[in-house]
Design a protein around this ligand. Structure first.
Ligand SMILES: NC(=O)c1ccc[n+]([C@@H]2O[C@H](COP(=O)([O-])OP(=O)(O)OC[C@H]3O[C@@H](n4cnc5c(N)ncnc54)[C@H](O)[C@@H]3O)[C@@H](O)[C@H]2O)c1
Length: 273
């Protein structure tokens, strides 16, 4: 099904497109001759980024945590280009801290953006894809953290696990319907982006600061650039891969250990930061 997916002349919708991975996806889509619809809650940053691009680009200020806003994004995308081939449910936010100290509003924001953002994308675009009856593809962004829960970022782990489950359920449903709609679960490892720009609530404990410093360093020193990362994502889409986990060094050993531990009923061990 994915071999008939249209890249050149096709249309890609990318949420969270004003920063980080979303910018890499936009660059790559345009380089393939796609038309793009860029969505983000940061309207100015989105427009500034779009102004750096060459090609057919539409920007739509969107809050992915709001169903009506995502429905308006779909309406505008179809109004602009008449069709959509590729949907990246990419927008995401980080929240760090001890689980019991993270304020409810920060939990809500994580659930709203990281989980409901993906669900709203699915609810607004899948019916349109099914109606169009031609090849389309969805990429839902989870994280390596969607398979390996981490201390001090529970809202992130919880919501990214949920995206894995949602995407696996959807894959089965699309297969049951024999729909010409492909789907991939994307689990990035470190990518140099803005994800750790605003990870704190009001109460920053030294342990949390240390954890965030460690992760920021990991991203800036060992992270791929968004453009390098986007190359790997599109390679996965072209291969028709469901699991797009482009950085095996950040995933395989940890996931194997987790599965082995569970199967052996062995207690988990926590990485020390
Ligand atoms: N960078 C990494 O190392 C890494 C690792 C694993 C997973 N991810 C995931 O990749 C995706 C992209 O993140 P990134 O690293 O490029 O981060 P980023 O912060 O650079 O970009 C995320 C974008 O999402 C936007 N956004 C936030 N809330 C939104 C909302 N309510 N509606 C619309 N847009 C909203 C932000 O404005 C920002 O432009 C996220 O889902 C993130 O969880 C990133």
């Amino acid at each position: 099904m994915t071999d008939r997916l249209r890249f050149k002349g096709g249309v890609a919708v990318i949420t969270g497109a004003a920063s980080g991975i979303g910018t890499g996806l936009a660059h790559k889509a345009l380089s393939l001759g796609m038309r793009v619809v860029l969505a983000d809650i940061q309207e100015k940053a989105l427009k500034d980024f779009a102004a750096t691009l060459k090609g057919e680009v539409v920007t739509v200020a969107t809050d992915v945590s709001d169903a009506a806003s995502v429905e308006a994004l779909a309406e505008k995308a179809y109004a602009a280009f008449g069709e959509v081939d590729l949907l990246f449910n990419n927008a995401g936010v980080m929240a760090t801290g001890f689980s019991w100290e993270i304020e409810p509003a920060r939990w809500d924001r994580s659930i709203g953006v990281n989980f409901y953002g993906v669900l709203h994308g699915i609810r607004s675009f899948v019916p349109r894809f099914l109606k169009a009856g031609r090849p389309a593809h969805i990429v839902n962004t989870s994280s390596v953290g969607g398979f390996l829960a981490s201390p001090m970022m529970a809202p992130y782990s919880v919501t990214k696990y949920a995206v894995v489950a949602l995407t696996e359920s959807l894959r089965g449903e699309l297969e049951m319907l024999k729909a010409p709609v492909g789907i991939s679960l994307l689990a990035p490892g470190p990518v140099d982006s803005g994800i750790f720009n605003d990870p704190f609530g009001s109460n920053v404990r030294p342990e949390v600061q240390q954890f965030v410093d460690y992760l920021r360093k990991l991203l800036t020193e060992h992270g791929l650039s968004p453009d390098e990362f986007a190359e790997l994502v599109f390679a996965g889409i072209k291969d028709g891969a469901f699991w797009i986990i482009p950085q095996p060094h950040a995933f395989d050993d940890g996931f194997r250990k987790r599965v082995d531990d569970i199967l052996a009923r062995r207690n988990p061990t926590t990485h020390q930061y």
